[in-house]
Structures are given as C-alpha cells and as structure tokens.
Design a protein around this ligand. Structure first.
Ligand code: CP3
Length: 355
C-alpha cells in the first residue's frame, strides 16, 4: 500500500496504524477501537438539517453531502472509523434497477426479480456507474487524516431478499420459494449479485476505503445447512475477490448465533456478532484466526448511563481473550437514540481499555 502515492493511497497509509485497523489485523492496540453501524444518517440534528427536502437516494449521489454526513459522527463522537454514507441498494439503482428508498419503510423494488428473464436486468456494474462514490471518497480521504474509512456493500443473500420480495420482508417467503424451488436460478442470481457487489467494493477500495464490510443483515433467517449450500458460495466469492487488496474484510449479519461457524468459513477477517451470543462464546463458534466486532444491544443505549456501562463492561470482559476486538453495537443505531449516549459510550470504551 505504501507504494500507492495517490491521495487515496496516502490516506490509506496514514490510517494503517489506527487502532481500528490494528484490531482488524489482530495486532496489539492502544485502546479498543469503537464505531457504530448506522452512525451516519440516523438522528443527529446536523444530519436531519443537511438532508432536509433531499430524498435518500439522491443524497447518496451528491458527493459533498455524502462527505459531510460521513464526517458528522466522527466529529461529534470521536469514533475510530468513518463509514461511508450510502445504502446497500445504491449499486442496484446504479445499474438501472427501478427501486426507491421509502422513508420509514426501506428499499422498494418496482418489479421484483423472480424469473430467468428478470435476471437479465442485473447487468455488470462499472466504476462510471458510481462516479459519485469515487468523487465523495476523494473528498473524504482529504479530510479524514488518519481516521480509516469503511466502505460497504450488501451481501448477495440480503440484496436478493430485497430484489425477490420487492421490499422489506419479515419471512422472506418469495426469496425462500425461489431458493428451494429453482436452485439453479437462485445460484445464478446470487452469483450475479456477488459480481456486482465485488465490483462495487473494488471501486471503494480503489477510491480510498481502508476496510470493507459486507452487510448480510437478514441471513439469520436461514438454517446452517441452507446457508452452507445456497448462500456461502456467493459470499465467499466476494471475499475471495477482494482478498489481497490490503484492506480487512468484515462480515456482519443479525440473528446469526447458529451461523457463526459457517460465516467464518466464508472468508472475512473480522466477523460481526449481534448481542445474542457473548463474544467469548462467539469466538469459539467462529474459530481461530479472526477478529470479532460487536456487540452491545442498541436498545441498551436507552437505559441510564450506569446500566450502559455495566453492559459494556460485560462485553469488554468477554472480549478480553479475543485475538482482536472492534467494539460496535450488535446492529445499527436505533433512530431515536440519544446522540450524547453514543459519545459517552465511545469515551467509556476508550478510557476503560487504554493500555
Ligand atoms: O452505517 C451508516 O451509518 C452508513 C449508512 C447506511 C445506510 N444504510 C443509510 C440509510 C448503511 C451502512 C446502510 C446499510 C443498510 N441498508 C442495511 C444493512 C445494515 C442494517 O441495518 O442491517 C440494510 C438492511 C439497508 C436497507 C435499508 N435502507 C433499510 C432497511 C432502510 C429503512 C430503515 C430506516 O432506517 O429508515 C434503509 C434506508 C436508509 N439507509 C436510511 C439511511 C440513512 C434512511 C433514509 C430515509 O428514510 O431518509
């Protein structure tokens, strides 16, 4: 990476020795690094102000706005990493899928993908399709100093769920009907999504991301046997394709207690854990050679400070023997979370773990 003298490469070099990237690489850290999933673009007043009147997908395509929203939680909370402000459906929109993000609902797809003919609508993603990402990351690498920037994408299963259902789903019934009913079409769909996701992650790494996270938010809906057979190959294809690019790869899903072993097998360097499994037990399930990320229940932040600190202590104690630990929530920041509670939590973890 040190040979890369582009502005993005310079920033990646500056961030290389950050606590966050050291923890991802399972090296000793000066303190346990902290960032929060969905730290950008939730309830911060400064976020709501800049987003006023601008639809979500449009805001993702405005580099100045993206850079500002990405930086807001770094300035306010002093987190150890920035996460690029975007959404998992942005690359799908960029290749022409007719979808929108409806406030308070989530991504909605006009014509769901359920047949072989539908699959043809998922064309390759090129860097030109997402030039605003490259531009926004260019601004960010100029502003972030030594703070690492996390790029991200949706994992094939979670993207497939939105595409096949046509929107958010509790039971994923159409998705599972396709997975069990037409295994070949399903495999081809996930393979296509793996290629799109890979292309999108490569754009971000090239533009300055120092780490990438694959969000497989809804994969906890699957039994391990189905995950292994029908989903793992596509996720592994993504991780293999970005291996050796010099950035840690993080893998995250919700409700994955029974899947932590197979998730580890998909190939990430860091596995995200929700709050249902303590980190020491999660490490046993994931196996050696991985750092873990997590795992405070985001709802705990609604309790008094002393209770938040007690739950945080439990997590830090469970993490004491890990090869590497990145402190995070077990899922995204909830929309009505008190911003000051997040700032206090960052400070608490830093102070308690200072070495
Ligand atoms: O982490 C961050 O701070 C960066 C920004 C980010 C967004 N979406 C912005 C967003 C990230 C990392 C995502 C990922 C994402 N998007 C996931 C995986 C993470 C997770 O929570 O499990 C998923 C499943 C999605 C799909 C999605 N997009 C949903 C379910 C929703 C609606 C829920 C909600 O919060 O309203 C969105 C919309 C969305 N993504 C908003 C933002 C800021 C709200 C936009 C708006 O309504 O104006």
């Amino acid at each position: 990476m040190s040979e890369n003298q582009s502005p993005a490469g310079n920033q990646q070099t500056a961030a290389y020795d950050s606590a966050f990237l050291k923890a991802c690489r399972r090296e000793p850290v000066p303190h346990t690094p902290v960032w929060f999933m969905r730290q950008a673009g939730r309830s911060l007043p400064e976020y709501l102000k800049v987003r006023e009147g601008i639809p979500m997908l449009e805001s993702c395509m405005r580099p100045d706005l993206v850079a500002e929203i990405t930086l807001q939680p770094v300035r306010r909370h002093g987190v150890d990493a920035a996460i690029y402000f975007s959404d998992i459906v942005v690359p799908l929109k960029a290749i022409g899928i007719d979808l929108d993000i409806k406030p308070g609902v989530g991504p909605v797809v006009e014509q769901p993908i359920r047949s072989r003919a539908d699959l043809a609508r998922l064309r390759d993603l090129t860097p030109d399709d997402v030039s605003y990402v490259t531009e926004a990351m260019g601004i960010l690498t100029g502003e972030l100093g030594a703070t690492p920037l996390i790029g991200f994408a949706g994992a094939p299963f979670t993207l497939a769920s939105y595409l096949v259902e046509g929107g958010p789903s509790r039971n994923h019934e159409h998705t599972k009907a396709l997975m069990y009913g037409d295994p070949q079409l399903w495999a081809d769909l996930l393979d296509r999504l793996a290629e799109i996701t890979t292309a999108f992650l490569k754009v971000q790494i090239e533009a300055g991301a120092s780490a990438v996270q694959l969000f497989d938010s809804w994969v906890g809906a699957l039994a391990p046997v189905d995950y292994r057979r029908s989903v793992l190959p596509a996720s592994r294809k993504v991780f293999d394709a970005v291996e050796g690019l010099g950035v840690p790869r993080i893998h995250f899903g919700v409700g994955t207690g029974e899947l932590l072993g197979p998730l580890g097998e998909a190939g990430a360097d860091v596995v995200g854990v929700d709050w249902r499994v303590p980190l020491d037990e999660a490490a046993r399930r994931v196996g050696p050679g991985k750092a873990l990320q997590g795992n405070l229940d985001p709802a705990v932040l609604f309790a008094p400070t002393a209770a938040v600190e007690a739950k945080t202590d439990e997590i830090l104690d469970a993490a004491a023997g890990l090869e590497g630990h990145v402190f995070n929530l077990g899922h995204g920041v909830l929309p009505t979370t008190d911003a000051d509670a997040l700032t206090r939590l960052v400070e608490y973890v830093h102070t308690r773990t200072a070495r």
